[in-house]
Every structure is written in C-alpha cells, then in structure tokens.
Design a protein around this ligand. Structure first.
Ligand code: SF4
Length: 339
C-alpha cells in the first residue's frame, strides 16, 4: 500500500476506490487506529476487502502506484518529490514548501505540516516551472492525470503566493494542456486574479479553513490577520475573472465552528458563486493539532446534505468545476449530496 505521510493537503491518507468514487482515507492518524473499519492488503489486481468490526462491508480497490513516481529529472530529483498523485487522476503539488506563517509555530496554522515533509527530505523547497512541466507531462501520459492542483506556502504578505503560482502555471501550460487550480491567500492587489488567469490557471481556491473569527485567531493566528471580510472582497473580484463556480474555498469542519456558523457562511459563499468545499478536519501527526478530534459523523451528516442542497440551488456543481479539490472531491462527501 502506498500512503501519503505528512505534507500539505490530505496528509496521512491513502486513496481507496469504493464503487465509482475514490476517496482519501486517513490511515496514519491516532483516530484511524481506533476505527472499527479495517482493510485487507491488496490482491494482484489492487482489490481488497473492507471490514467493519471484522465483518465484510464492501469490496474496495487501491489505485495503483503512479508510474511517473519511478522517473527523475536530469539533475536527479525523483518526480514524486516534485508532485504527487491525489485520488486517482489529480496531480498535486506545493510549489513553495516554505511559508512565512510556518516559521514560528506561534503564528502558524496549527493543523499544517508544510515544513515536515521538507525537513524529512520527502520533497524539495521550490518546484521550478521546468520541473512542473516535466512532471505534469509524465503524469498525464503515464497515469492519465486529468487536472492539476497547485498550492503554495505564503511567501510574503503582498502577492501572498500569486506570483509563484503564475510562473508555475506557465511552466505546466508550456508542456501540457491540463486544467489547473491555483490555491493561495487573497493577494493584496486584485489585479493578480487576471494575471493568474492569463498564466493558465482555470480555477482559484482561497481557503478560509475556519469561519468564526475567534476560532481562526486561535487555530491560525498568522493567517487570521487576513479577516473573513477580506476573503469575501477577494471572492467577489475573483468571480468576475474566473466565473461562477470556478472560485472555491476550503472549510475544515471540526475545528470549533458551529454547524450554524458553517451553514451561514456557506449560504453567503454560494450566493456569491463560490463553491464551499467543506471537508472533515483530519488531525495530522506531528502538528500541534495532532490530538484534536475529527468531527463526528453526526456533525458531518448535519451539515453536508444542507450544503449539498445549497450548492445545487446556486447552480454550483462539483462536476462543472474545471480543476481542483472541489472537482476531485476525494476529501469530502459533499458532491454525493448535490442534486
Ligand atoms: S480534494 Fe484536493 S486535496 Fe483532496 S485529494 Fe483531491 S485534490 Fe487532493
């Protein structure tokens, strides 16, 4: 089995396919160890059995190891250190593995592990446009990758990552025709949105993570200096450039926001044309929130059907998103609740 350990995005997870849907399942976390679910190792065709308390509940499949992982650049960097296969058909990478917010654990996002994989030599600090183009081409040709997620640590408080996303997208677009999602904090100057679009970024994610100001200040003291209202200003400008439903935000359920607060924010987001990608928080080993409990299944069952109805009503469908997490959907069951 190949599982991701540490890093940004769905860390400590393993991709499994149940029926037609591939989901990212946390397997290295403390709570995973007490889960009633257990999976057998894969057979020769990648299939396995999912058991609950020892009783067979489903047949599952493990997506095979990406073929592009076996390659390396001319200067000897393994492709898997440059980008990773997420779910079954998404190429994802953190283009800049450093973040001004991470340097001091007092101001860093308490759930984030961006520095861990770098410290453990499982990635490189900066993926150049040439690296990204080379790996994207291999991932498309060898593994049928359909879209790309580019995220970044925040390098400064001016463009907040938009500039490095532009050069990265250009590198990929010079090599292949794959739809790209960029993810960064709202840049100060909204002129960056057009530059991102012109560089080849199709969809943009600007992630609130938590929605209540006090919770944001506690969980991510640095990032919370960019207030929720500033995100909404940025969403409004970005929608004009990327289009209805092609701007999204991540909300991590389980960090302390109430169901009412999440639902209220989602209502406001969908009214603005922003897809609210609400995912259950998964504690990542080695971070300050490693022992923070994930949300209960009841909490997710309370909010996801309502958000599913909201996005459908607003004409925002996961399937219509050109690229990125909302399209992939492996980290949340939200798309299953869309009409
Ligand atoms: S939803 Fe996003 S972070 Fe999760 S597996 Fe898909 S691309 Fe990766």
């Amino acid at each position: 089995m190949n599982a991701r350990k540490g890093g940004a995005g769905p860390t400590d997870h393993k991709a499994i396919t149940i029926g037609a849907r591939t989901v990212m399942v946390p397997v290295h976390t403390g709570t995973a160890k007490t889960s009633p679910f257990e999976a057998t190792g894969p057979g020769l065709d990648g299939s396995a059995m999912l058991l609950r308390d020892g009783v067979l509940v489903a047949s599952i499949k493990y997506p095979r190891q990406a073929r592009f992982y076996a390659l390396q650049t001319f200067d000897g960097i393994p492709y898997w250190k440059i980008a990773q296969l997420h779910s079954s058909d998404v190429l994802a990478t953190t283009v800049l593995q450093n973040c001004i917010r991470y340097a001091d654990r007092a101001t860093s996002c308490q759930f984030c592990a961006i520095g861990q994989s770098l410290a453990e030599n499982r990635t490189i600090a900066h993926k150049t446009p040439e690296h990204l183009g080379e790996v994207a081409r291999a991932a498309m040709l060898l593994d049928g990758v359909k879209h790309v997620v580019l995220t970044t640590g925040t390098p400064n408080v001016i463009d907040r990552g938009a500039a490095v996303l532009c050069e990265s997208a250009r590198g990929i677009r010079a090599a292949v025709d794959l739809a790209i999602q960029g993810q960064c904090e709202p840049p100060r100057d909204h002129g960056w949105f057009q530059k991102l679009r012109d560089a080849g970024i199709d969809t943009l994610g600007m992630h609130l993570e938590a929605v209540t100001p006090e919770i944001r200040a506690r969980i991510m003291p640095g990032k919370a200096t960019v207030p929720v209202e500033r995100y909404f200003d940025a969403f409004e400008s970005a929608i004009h450039v990327f289009g209805w439903g092609q701007v999204s935000t991540y909300i991590l359920a389980g960090l302390g926001d109430t169901a009412a607060a999440i639902l209220e924010t989602c209502e406001r987001l969908v009214t603005s044309g922003v897809y609210p990608f609400v995912v259950p928080f998964v504690p990542v080993s080695g971070t300050p929130l490693a022992n923070h409990p994930p949300p209960s299944p009841e909490f997710m069952r309370e909010i996801l059907p309502k958000i599913g109805r909201m996005v459908s009503r607003a004409g925002l469908r996961s399937a219509d998103i050109k690229a990125g997490c909302g399209k992939c959907g492996a980290c949340s069951a939200l798309a299953s609740y869309e009409a």
